[in-house]
Design a protein around this ligand. Structure first.
Ligand code: UT7
Length: 332
């Protein structure tokens, strides 16, 4: 049998507390003007004390399951992309699995920082294609604020907390009618995923702590300008690689849903790709950079406000610490 992964529904969750640039400027040497001009960010959501990554993830997963009209008992795999697990172990995904009331299947975390959601998409898609999972909840969730050095203005103004999720289901495309539709407009599901990493660039974006090195959690450190330069190149390249692999062009894409790190990165990538601004889903001004949660948060917003429709071709792409980068092309 041959399977494809269909996206059945999506959901997201943002913590209640909104922190504006002006509020940050009261405690850090920065300004609303600097943050908006350099990044496009106006505000970010920050998790409440005691509100954990698993809480955000659970809320997003529940909303995605409701949207997909799928019962938690039907789920046989939870993949949670996060860089900010509740604990070093167990995997935060197992907490979400338990709280969803799931009694079967497996749950694990994926760690690729801001690229986590596209890495998770590749993992989930391959589990489905291999016949090892039938219904998957894929979540991107972060309490990234907990990794920030609030005295480092070069990083603390950039990030926020949040979570997003999708429900994916195996569709049997073994029969000839369905197989003949692969790649055409009626053909839904994950068309391809593409992953890259380059560990020689670890030091451009990392956390200066960890259980094995310092036995502390550590704080985010970044050489922003270098990360920016790599992001524009890698994101344009991976979009090209993805479209080439499917025999498609930029014009075929209905929606680009990129990782939301910086408005200037989105604009530069779009320019390199020759993509119209109106086709890009942008949330960075309200969410800031929520790391692995940024793509599913943007997806959910664009699905719920009616921009992304069934049958639309959606290109997701992200780059983050590692450096890691990747993409997923999905017929919604
Ligand atoms: O999600 C994972 C991937 N992450 C990213 O993609 C982030 C990529 N990088 C960026 O988005 C940008 O590089 C930043 C937004 C982080 C920085 O923008 P930039 O235009 O590259 O600024 P810069 O780092 O070159 O700094 C320019 C100046 C510096 O001052 P001097 O040395 O020119 O006097 C910084 O000290 O801006 C200063 N600066 C600030 N000023 C006010 C840095 N941060 C701030 C701040 N407020 N928050």
């Amino acid at each position: 049998m041959q399977f494809r992964s269909i996206v059945m529904g999506c959901g997201s969750y943002l913590p209640e507390r909104v922190v504006t640039n002006a509020e940050l400027a009261e405690s850090v040497d920065t300004s609303d003007d600097w943050i908006q001009t350099r990044t496009g960010i106006k505000q970010r959501h920050i998790a409440a004390d005691g509100e954990l990554t698993s809480d955000l993830a659970l809320a997003a997963a529940e909303r995605a399951l409701a949207h997909a009209e799928v019962d938690a008992n039907e789920v046989d795999l939870v993949v949670l992309a996060t860089t900010t697990p509740d604990n070093t172990f167990p995997a935060t995904a197992t907490k979400v699995q338990y709280k969803l009331g799931m009694t079967n299947g497996a749950a694990f975390d994926v760690q690729a920082v801001c690229s986590g959601f596209v890495y998770g998409l590749a993992v989930a898609d391959n589990f489905i294609k291999a016949g090892q999972a039938k219904t998957v909840v894929l979540i991107g969730a972060e309490t990234f604020s907990r990794l920030l050095d609030w005295e480092d203005r070069g990083t603390c103004v950039l990030f926020g907390d949040g979570a997003g999720a999708i429900v994916m289901r195996a569709a049997n495309v073994t029969d000839q009618t369905a197989a003949a539709e692969v790649g055409c407009e009626r053909d839904r599901g994950v068309l391809s995923t593409h992953l890259h990493s380059d560990g020689s660039t670890n030091d451009l974006l990392y956390v200066d702590g960890g259980p094995s090195s310092t036995q502390t959690v550590g704080h985010v450190r970044m050489i922003g300008r270098e990360v920016f330069r790599n992001a524009v190149t890698n994101l344009a390249d991976i979009a090209g690689e993805t479209l080439d692999a499917n025999g498609l062009t930029t014009d075929d894409v209905d929606w680009l849903v990129p990782h939301q790190a910086n408005r200037r990165i989105l604009d530069s990538t779009a320019k390199k790709l020759g993509m119209q601004q109106e086709k890009i889903v942008v949330t960075v001004e309200r969410h800031a950079n929520t790391s692995t949660a940024s793509i599913p948060l943007a997806l959910d917003e664009a699905v719920r406000d009616g921009r992304i429709q069934k049958g639309d071709l959606v290109l997701m792409e992200a780059m983050g610490g590692g450096l890691t980068w990747g993409s997923g092309l999905v017929r919604w």
